[in-house]
Design a protein around this ligand. Structure first.
Ligand code: PMP
Length: 382
């Protein structure tokens, strides 16, 4: 039976994209693939708002994070890792695993990074020992979006590479790779790109390309120098995930038709609908309006009622699939994903289901309040 899949990834794949992937294999060293990789690479650049090189790996997002470490950070390099949750921690851990000397700046989960704290830390680095600043765009574990533009400005003309994890934010919220001068930006296929998991992207500035030439970390699979050399001839160093390339071509066509800024505006309406709806039910949100993600919304479960109990009930009663909290937020929050191929009416349905489930679990709320609020937002802004 079909489910309402409202996870912050993987996201629902449009039917035409699913169909586009059911094509026979082609020679990945032939002219058809050459055309295909050129076309999708250009398409992905548009989503990134960049003229920088883009490399596509057959991988989960975490693979691209690892690629962002082993190509640009050498063992012994000092790295400033800014973390506001699980994925910020993950980036710091990967850098550490590959020999970097990581200094982590943690912000409380549910809050965004304060650019002033980063400005101060960078100002102290008079010898310019920090080689890279690593930061998350959209922190999926909390539903908070960092102000990447301000954080980049806080680093100013310090020569550290500026590396961003935009796995769950790119294509849902504005990210200006070139205008904001971002050196390496990582993303993945199973979020706003609306295709299944399995492709990961890296946008790489000319400055970062130079760093990669001299980077002493060991790599083979993740080597961007090799990937770019092959890309020149319309190939990849090893067999690409061909079916996903077909899907990506189809999805990019849809994205181009809608327009990236319209897509971003649509996601902001998702955010406003869900937040207003949930608030009207009397539930509390983990993130403040100011820093709230357009990709997902983190909701704090009512007192005495575990978040996972609500999730189980939503699944059993209405086939609604939402995400739980991770690590210390497990059973404390649930996360409603609203990213990629989502319909406004899907969100009304999910809010309606949530209200019914809450009533069944004994929460004292009035049916329809949340849905009505969300409808009002939709009529004003959608
Ligand atoms: N970074 C962020 C911000 C993410 O949301 C995710 C996926 N939830 C990842 C990295 C890792 O992606 P993957 O699970 O595809 O490895």
């Amino acid at each position: 039976e079909e489910q309402y899949l409202l996870l912050p990834g993987p996201t629902p794949v449009p039917t035409n994209v699913l169909r586009s992937m059911a094509k026979p294999m082609i020679n990945h060293r032939g002219p058809e693939f050459k055309e295909l990789i050129a076309e999708v690479t250009e398409g992905v650049k548009k989503v990134y708002k960049t003229k920088n090189e883009v490399v596509i790996f057959p991988a989960a997002g975490t693979g691209a994070m690892e690629a962002a470490v082993v190509n640009f950070i050498s063992p012994g390099d000092k790295v400033l890792a800014v973390s506001i949750g699980v994925f910020g921690d993950r980036f710091a851990k990967i850098a550490e695993e590959f020999g970097a000397e990581v200094e982590k700046i943690d912000f409380p989960w549910g809050q965004a990074a304060d650019p002033e704290v980063i400005r101060e830390r960078i100002a102290q680095d008079r010898l310019r020992e920090i080689k890279a600043v690593v930061v998350t765009h959209n922190e999926t574990s909390t539903g908070v979006v960092n102000d990447i533009k301000s954080i980049r400005e806080a680093v100013g003309d310090h020569p550290a590479l500026f590396i961003v994890d935009a796995v769950s934010g790119l294509g849902a919220m504005n990210l200006e790779t070139d205008k904001w001068n971002l050196d390496v930006v990582v993303s993945g296929s199973q979020k706003a790109f609306m295709i299944p998991p399995g492709l990961a992207f890296l946008a790489i500035s000319p400055r970062a390309l130079r760093v990669a030439k001299n980077c002493s970390n060991r790599r083979y699979y993740w080597d961007i120098n090799s990937a770019l050399k092959y890309l020149e001839k319309g190939q990849t160093p090893y067999t690409p995930a061909l079916s996903l390339f077909y899907g990506l071509r189809e999805a990019l066509e849809m994205m181009e038709k809608e327009g990236i800024d319209n897509i971003i505006a649509r996601h902001a309406v998702y955010r406003d609908m869900v937040r207003a709806g949930v608030k009207a039910m009397g539930l509390k949100l983990l993130a403040d309006d100011r820093v709230a993600s357009s990709s997902l919304t983190s909701v704090i479960a009512p007192e005495g009622l575990g978040a996972n109990r609500i999730r189980r009930r939503l699944l059993e009663r209405f086939n609604v699939v939402i995400a739980g909290g991770q690590q210390k937020l497990d059973d404390v929050i649930f996360r409603i994903g609203h990213l990629g191929n989502v319909l406004y009416l899907d969100l009304l349905a999910v809010l309606a289901a949530l209200e019914m489930v809450l009533v069944e679990l004994g929460v004292d709320i009035e049916l329809g309040r949340g849905v009505t609020k969300a409808q009002e937002i939709l009529m004003q802004k959608g």
